[in-house]
Design a protein around this ligand. Structure first.
Ligand code: G3P
Ligand code: MG
Length: 255
């Protein structure tokens, strides 16, 4: 149980983009690294190829984290499947594929890892990305495991997820340019039927944590790689810390 008596939506520590400090982000090697770090859940980013196949990728373009160039929205899945998404991080990960969501779900199930799927659409594809992601989770995710949490900064992606798969828990992601206070976060999360609110960690103070958790939402913050800061946030009432370094943060919270 959480401090407020709710059953936890996600564990206290969730690996960010897998375990982004340890292995290349949004790759299956990252899933395995996160599991080896002791993480029980991870967050990854989902976008669509030109032909509508969901894959794991953070940026709109392929350039930073793969051998590909240009927007993922302009590349067909068959071509994306030939990219190397590991060697930019370290030669140890050369040949690591850019995973499809289908492969990602299978690997998470194999490792018994829970998933926070961030819907990270390229411009103009928010609803489509949400629809495709929901359909695939419904088709492939086993009932015996906790349902993935679908989060997004894109309000229309969350609206679409609510309308096509209301049973999947949703999380409202917030950046520091969000115009209102914590009461306004909760208002928007309520309208979208969200189970959780995911602000950038510097947005959270004791009053904000009280408002969010008092209104019955789980509170997950990103991205926290410092152990002392993670302890501070948990003391404020944060339920989940999303981190590139799940091993370090688990150790800090256990100390
Ligand atoms: O979901 C938390 C976090 O991943 C949101 O920011 O840019 O790392 O996807 P970003
Ligand atoms: Mg993300």
């Amino acid at each position: 149980m959480t401090a407020s008596g709710r059953p936890p939506l996600m564990p206290q520590v969730v690996g960010h983009r897998g375990a982004a400090a340890v292995a290349p982000e949004n790759t299956l090697a990252g899933f395995r690294a996160a599991a080896e770090c002791g993480a029980r859940w991870i967050e990854v980013d989902v976008a669509l190829t030109a032909d509508g196949v969901p894959v794991l990728l953070h940026d709109e373009t392929l350039d930073r984290t793969s051998t590909g160039k240009g927007s993922i929205a302009a590349m067909r899945a068959a071509d994306a499947a030939r990219l190397d998404a590991g060697s930019w991080f370290s030669p140890r990960f050369a040949g690591e594929p850019l995973p499809t969501l289908e492969a990602a779900l299978a690997e998470a199930v194999r490792l018994d890892l829970g998933l926070n799927l961030e819907i990270k659409p390229t411009p103009g594809r928010a609803r489509e990305t949400a629809r495709v992601t929901c359909a695939m989770v419904r088709r492939l995710w086993p009932a015996r495991m906790a349902r993935p949490v679908l989060s997004s900064f894109q309000i229309d992606a969350l609206e679409e997820a609510l309308s096509v798969a209301a049973e999947l828990p949703r999380g409202l992601l917030l950046e520091q340019d969000w115009p209102g206070d914590a009461a306004s976060w909760a208002k928007e999360a309520r309208r979208l039927g969200c189970a959780s609110i995911h602000p950038q960690h510097r947005m959270v103070d004791a009053a904000a944590a009280r408002t969010v958790t008092g209104d019955g939402f789980a509170l997950a913050v990103y991205t926290v790689n410092d152990g002392a800061r993670a302890r501070e946030l948990v003391a404020l009432g944060v339920d989940t810390v999303i981190t590139d370094k799940p091993d370090a943060i688990l150790a800090a919270l256990a100390a």
